[in-house]
Design a protein around this ligand. Sequence first.
Ligand code: 6R9
Length: 591
Amino acid sequence: MTWTTLPKMPESGESTPQLLNLDHAAMQTGFSWDAARAELAGLPNGGLNIAFEAVDRWVAAGFASRTALRWLGKNGERREFSYADLAGLSNRFANLLERLGVVPGDRICVLTGRIPELYIAALGTLKAGAVFCPLFSAFGPEPVRVRLVKSQARVLVTTTLLYERKVRAQCDELPDLRQILLTDLLADGDDATGLLPFHEQLMMESAERGPPATRPEDMALLHFTSGTTGTPKGAVHVHNAVIAHRLTGRLALDVRLGDIYWCTADPGWVTGVSYGIIAPLANGATLVVDEAEFDARRWYAILEQEQVNVWYTAPTAIRMLMKAGAVALQGRDLGALRFMASVGEPLNPEAVIWSREVLGQPFHDTWWQTETGAIMIANTPGLAIRPGSMGQPLPGIEAAIVRRRTDGGVDILASDTEGELALRVGWPSLFRDYLGDSDRYQRCFAGDWYLSGDLARRDADGYFWFVGRADDVIKTAGHLIGPFEVESALLEHPAVAEVGMIGKPDEFAGQIIKAFVALKPGYEPNDGLRKELIGFARTRLGPAVAPRELEFMVDLPKTRSGKILRRLLRARELDLPLGDLSTLEGDAAES
Ligand code: 6R9
């Protein structure tokens, strides 16, 4: 199949869909989520479907031939998919899932790089009423296995290489996984192993399909995220989330109908789905998707050549652009760029100042989490930026700095006081559960407040300032990594007795993972073993998750009950005075 020979959907006359006047100032006073919901096309009998809002509504509104997805391959290929192409291809994928026996609620995992098949599978999965669960392609076999098992994946879309390297050896542990669609398999599939050629299967299906049958509260997306303890948690999102995706895309990122929009986040993480697929399409924009990894010159070339209007990226990438210097930008005209925003880690004030000076406009920091589903706090287009601040809560979002009380409630703290960032529940993209772990879900709430696990403060003018995480989870190059996965992988090595992981500050990645290891008797700490352990972790976990540094210790600091005190490891690494630790450490810090 070639992408360009796809049947075209009939065009009706173009008409601009009705947009509410969601002017920022008006929204602060007169906002209601019902008004935001009323902007959506919706489905008969109160139905709602994210993929329909992202794609089919635009075809129906007469924008069938507009480009929805412009894909830039790492080897210079370029493919355009109109809204009609995406509608037809996602219909085919939904039809295919049904033929394979997938029923609503089944989980469909996708483990690929940023290739068009990922976007088609995501949208088609949603249309079929199944649940889209992206897996980051740089994960090693162990994180992939854990997520396939926990999601009870029914179908997997991947490439032959990723299948061979990360899935094949563990198929026995995946009883729910019935079919694996390989995007690059051209020959006949193999029914016995469940390996099927994605394209051949897709083209056997019709590009036509009736409207989706999903309800607003049906499960739509499953995003794995990490906590301090235990295996990753699967945050469940429902179709209603698209209300927030669409609204925040416009309010926080200024995405407008017909914009060229580029989100550099990988869809293996929540940003790459909420704002790399759904929000821009639900606002009628053209997605630019670059398959290649970061490269400063390439990025500036894309911004210029694709005439990008809105750009959403991450502090790590911005710091790399700063490092590459103005020379990488030389000769590039970024005149089409109207709005630039960032997410995932603290955006340091220098990055805002640099972007003003070198790119001619500032990056706008935004804050949110896998659990919140959409942007909660932002430097919106109309708001004066305070460099270093995450901005202010969006309309419809009530944020506060709180302290948990022992009776399960929270005290709301005064301005300029450090505490936990909390959000009052009631916005549509809030996660609905941790799959199979409702107790853990319940623990995220105190009354009607969702507790984020981030420490922050609010100034007297209502701007929020990030302070740090309240737990031991770290962000490295924008990726959220929990200590449990890293430490468990290292503990499987025969030489390792104890291990503790911390985030060590890094000029570019924000933090890098550093592991402290105590060896079993009979093993000598030396450079060879250090390299072996890092290599062991890389093979299992993948380069994005494995520790970059590893240090041997005779003993790891522990509480009396034997729990490793990562805070002490961090203090030791960062040379914090011990006096600062006395209140933090000890058994009390365990709870
Ligand atoms: C969207 C996403 C969430 C955690 C969050 C916080 C950190 C996100 C930030 C930020 C400082 C910002 N974080 N945005 N820290 N400033 N603007 O990243 O989701 O992967 O779940 O991570 O990322 O610690 O709690 P997720």
